[in-house]
Design a protein around this ligand. Structure first.
Ligand code: AMP
Ligand code: MG
Length: 521
């Protein structure tokens, strides 16, 4: 275990690729480079309010006690062996090409190598201006930082592929935000999260090189990414890149299926927010589903088209992979091979989706007729919108022998936001009859099937209204709920946090930040 300031860091991205060395953070286009070197802008006073001890242990880092170490987490001190930079990338935002974007408020400090030889990129989010800040301020507010800090860790413990968060600090500075974009800017406390991932490379890092026709750079970044992060992919030339693209597609499909399993809506699936490692990245106006509504988008900016709604996430992932394929196309003599791989998305996704649904329902195998059942269940959930998490928890405890309709309805009552009508009751009873008959075909013991369900259906989810309450408290200097949530998220499949096992309360339905959020952070 070492302190943050005494570690010797690596900087392989910086030493491998061409960068803009000027250190100038004036907003500008940066053709020909992969990143711009830039130092974090110091803040008033860095105070540590969140520390992920388990992650720190994996990184062999001591919890900082001296101000010098705490200062690293807020950008007020940069260790000698760090070479901070902001990466240059582009992206398709809401279906349109947006050109150069880049790390506008994220600054990678360095890479950390553990004794086991694993390397981790350490990035500060909210650390000040970079050449990619465009018209914004390079800062993050406490509200959005708490959300990213807690949620990326929550996703990790849910077993969803994700970037991690090591720390959350306040900066002592105030940051102005128009939370609802309605002409009411307000001062909010500033904060910085230190994010950790093997790499924060996105689809957009490849898209920008293709758009700029920097072919050699595109080849170099692709090769490096494969060799470093997909070392098992051997071969050369087109075959190697195809194998890699195929695996990016596979990992992306896995990530989406995991989102659907736990009811996660990302909210801003632009291609600059798509990790090349298939990790959930850039936590903004995300949400878990409370009531099961596939059309739900937590992002107020997304309301007109609901492009990033819960139920659309697989087709958007496919669309985004199409953008990545387009970016890699210049490395091929024709587009056929990329198109062929892209065509595998649907079957790849559904294969994983059906397996996941089988696990959620405690089936020991997925039969043809189960797929019809999944569809019928989905239709029921969509029509009557029970709380997704509570509904599946109650399903685990469904008695083996169903009595009558009334008993079954009472069993699920707690999960509904509105009383079921006659039609709803009839449908639910019919579904549960089919389901309990189907469970009898399982060759494994009932208890084993229940355990399978417990492992795949979270009992604790970090609901938006809980985050909202924790943030309101923190803004008043009180961290009780924040710490409780930080603890609860570590065991989401247990009953440890049953005090939070409840539907979204009525007051949270329309309150900004408790249900809907904007990108403003
Ligand atoms: P996001 O929607 O958070 O993924 O951000 C899209 C782009 O806007 C990225 O290039 C971000 O770096 C940039 N951006 C977002 N917020 C800020 C901010 N407060 N200051 C500078 N750049 C920002
Ligand atoms: Mg982003």
């Amino acid at each position: 275990m070492q302190s943050l300031s005494s570690k010797i860091y690596k900087n392989e991205f910086v030493s491998t690729f061409q960068g803009d060395e000027s250190g100038d953070s004036t907003p500008r286009q940066t053709p020909g480079v992969f990143y711009s070197k830039v130092l974090p802008t110091p803040v008033k006073k860095v105070s540590l309010i969140g520390w992920s001890e388990e992650l720190a242990q994996e990184l062999e880092l001591e919890k900082p006690s001296e101000q010098k170490d705490i200062d690293i987490l807020g950008g007020n001190f940069v260790a000698e062996t760090m070479a901070p930079y902001a990466a240059c990338y582009a992206g398709h935002q809401f279906g349109h090409w947006a050109g150069q974007l880049g790390d506008g408020r994220a600054i990678t400090l360095a890479e950390l190598e553990t004794t086991a030889g694993k390397t981790w990129e350490m990035q500060l989010k909210g650390a000040g201006l970079t050449p990619y800040s465009r018209r914004a301020d390079g800062r993050a507010v406490l509200r959005s930082s708490v959300r990213e800090y807690l949620m990326s860790e929550a996703m990790h413990y849910l077993r969803v592929p994700t970037t991690r968060a090591l720390s959350l600090v306040t900066t002592g500075d105030m940051v102005v935000r128009d939370m609802l974009y309605n002409g009411n800017p307000q001062e909010e406390p500033g904060a910085v999260v230190m994010r950790i991932a093997p790499s924060f490379l996105r689809f957009g890092n490849f898209e920008i090189l293709a758009a700029r026709k920097e072919l050699e750079n595109l080849r170099k970044l692709s090769d490096w990414t494969i060799n470093r992060y997909y070392p098992h992919i051997q071969g050369e030339g087109e075959a190697k890149i195809i194998a890699w693209f195929s695996e990016v597609l596979d990992r992306t499909a896995t990530m989406i299926v995991e989102w659907l399993r736990v009811g996660f809506v990302h909210g801003v699936m632009n291609t600059d927010n798509m990790s090349i490692l298939g990790l959930t990245i850039d936590y903004g106006p995300y949400s878990f589903l409370d009531n099961y509504d596939p059309k739900f988008t937590p992002n107020t900016t997304d309301l007109p088209g609901r492009r990033y709604a819960f139920g659309k996430q697989s087709s958007i992932a496919y669309w985004n992979l199409g953008c990545l394929a387009g970016a890699l196309a210049p490395l091929f003599s024709g587009t056929e091979k990329l198109a062929e791989v892209l065509d595998t998305f649907e079957s790849n996704f559904y294969g994983k989706y059906f397996t996941m649904m089988g696990n959620k329902l405690g089936l020991d195998e997925v039969k043809e007729k189960d797929i019809t059942f999944f569809t019928n269940l989905e239709k029921f959930l969509t029509s009557f919108q029970p709380d997704m998490t509570i509904f599946y928890q109650l399903l685990i405890d469904l008695p083996q022998e169903l009595k009558d309709e009334e008993t079954v309805i009472t069993h699920f009552q707690e999960s509904f936001y509105q009383e079921l009508d006659g039609n709803g009751k009839e449908k639910l009873f019919a579904l549960m009859k089919t389901y309990s008959e189907r469970l009898k075909e399982n060759t494994s013991a009932p208890e084993q099937s229940k355990e399978q369900m417990r492992q795949h259906n979270p009992r604790f989810i970090l609901r938006n209204y809980l985050l909202h309450q924790a943030i309101e408290e923190l803004e008043k200097g009180e961290n009780k709920l924040f710490l409780e949530l930080q603890e609860a998220l570590k065991a989401p499949y247990s009953r440890n946090a049953d005090k939070f096992f409840a539907k979204r309360p009525g007051w949270a339905n329309k309150k900004p930040g408790s249900s809907m959020l904007s990108c403003s952070s």
